[in-house]
Design a protein around this ligand. Structure first.
Ligand SMILES: *Cc1c(COP(=O)(O)O)cnc(C)c1O
Length: 237
C-alpha cells in the first residue's frame, strides 16, 4: 500500500467527477455517466477507499486476482447503496463458474460459447446474469469483442437465453481517433436499441478509460471505466 495515498485518490476522483460533470453538461448527456473504479493490481484495502468517495461500482479484469481479493472488499451498503462488481476482462469459458454467483454483470461477452456457459450456470444457480456484448470497434486482432457488423445477430442469439439479460455494449477502442470509434459505438448502440429486441434492454454503454473518458461521455457513455486515473500507475508484482 506504500505507493497509495487516500488524499491523492480522493483528489483524483474529485477531478474526474468534475470533468465528467462538465462533459455531461457540455454535450447534453444529462449526467447519466457512472464512474467505475477499475481495480487491477490495486490492493483491496486501497480499493475500499473509493466507497468513502461515493464510487459504488468496481471493475474486475482477472478471475484469479478477484478471487484473492473479494473477501477483503467492503461490499456492504454505503450510504444506503450496495456496491456492485462487474467483470470487464477477457473471460475463459471454464472460469465462469468461479464468478457466476457474486458478480453483478459480465461486460466482456464476446462469443456464443461463453454466453452459453454463462446461461447454463446462471440457470443452474437460479439467477439471471446481466451481460454486455463486447464490441471490437477498431477491428484490432489484439482485442476481444464481436465485429460491429455481427453485433445485431449476436445479440439476437443471446436474447432468448433465460439465464442472460443483455443490457448493452462495451468496448475498448484503439488509443487514437476516439471521436470516430466512440461515434460508431453510439450509432451501433442506438441501432440495436431501436430494434427493440425482445428480452434485451439497451441501457448501458460502457466505454471510456483514463485517457479518453471525456470523449466517451460526449458519445453517450453510461459507464466510464477508470483505473490509473484514480489509483495512479499500475505496479505489476
Ligand atoms: C485496465 C482497464 C481499464 C482501465 O484502464 P485505465 O487506463 O487504467 O483507466 C478499463 N477497462 C478495461 C477493460 C481494462 O482492462
Amino acid at each position: 500500500m506504500d505507493n497509495y495515498s487516500p488524499e491523492i485518490v480522493r483528489e483524483n476522483i474529485r477531478v474526474i467527477r468534475e470533468n465528467i460533470a462538465e462533459a455531461c453538461e457540455k454535450y447534453g448527456n444529462a449526467g447519466k455517466t457512472e464512474l467505475m473504479a477499475v481495480t487491477k493490481t490495486v490492493p483491496p484495502e486501497v480499493v475500499n477507499w473509493v466507497f468513502g468517495e461515493g464510487i459504488y461500482l468496481l471493475g474486475e479484469n482477472r478471475v484469479q486476482e478477484y478471487l484473492g481479493k473479494r473477501e477483503s472488499y467492503d461490499l456492504k451498503e454505503h450510504s444506503g447503496i450496495l456496491p456492485q462488481v462487474h467483470f470487464i476482462g477477457g473471460l475463459q469459458t471454464n472460469k465462469v463458474k468461479y464468478i457466476i454467483d457474486d458478480i453483478d454483470m459480465i461486460q466482456s461477452v464476446d462469443s456464443l460459447k461463453l454466453a452459453q456457459e454463462i446461461n447454463r450456470l446462471a440457470n443452474a444457480h437460479n439467477k439471471v446474469m446481466d451481460v454486455l456484448c463486447e464490441v471490437n470497434i477498431g477491428g484490432e486482432d489484439s482485442k476481444g469483442g464481436i465485429p460491429p457488423a455481427d453485433a445485431v445477430s449476436f445479440i439476437e442469439q443471446l436474447a432468448p437465453m433465460e439465464g442472460i439479460r443483455v443490457k448493452g455494449l462495451m468496448t475498448i477502442p484503439p488509443p487514437v481517433d476516439s471521436d470516430v470509434y466512440f461515434g460508431r459505438m453510439s450509432e451501433l448502440f442506438n441501432k440495436i436499441k431501436d430494434r427493440n429486441i425482445e428480452g434485451v434492454s439497451m441501457e448501458t454503454l460502457s466505454m471510456g478509460m483514463t485517457h479518453d473518458y471525456v470523449t466517451a461521455v460526449k458519445y453517450g457513455s453510461t459507464i466510464v471505466r477508470v483505473g490509473t486515473g484514480i489509483f495512479g500507475s499500475r505496479v505489476y508484482r
